[in-house]
Design a protein around this ligand. Structure first.
Ligand SMILES: [Zn+2]
Length: 59
């Protein structure tokens, strides 16, 4: 979906900022580790944010 029109990206950002999260709002789990749903980075269970891309779960 990287080729999606930029207007769609802006609309998604607008929705996210309004609190209507259109993307995954929680960690994925992979091999008993937390996996960032945004970049796929693996983190220890104590992680509160992705140190790779800066993603944080929406609570
Ligand atoms: Zn990440």
């Amino acid at each position: 979906m990287a080729s999606a029109p930029s207007s769609d990206d802006m609309f998604d950002q607008f929705l996210s900022q309004r609190g209507h999260d259109v993307e995954t709002a929680a960690w994925e789990e992979n091999y008993n580790k937390k996996q960032c749903p945004d970049c796929g980075g693996l983190h220890d269970d104590a992680a509160t944010e992705c140190s790779v891309c800066g993603w944080t779960p929406v609570n």
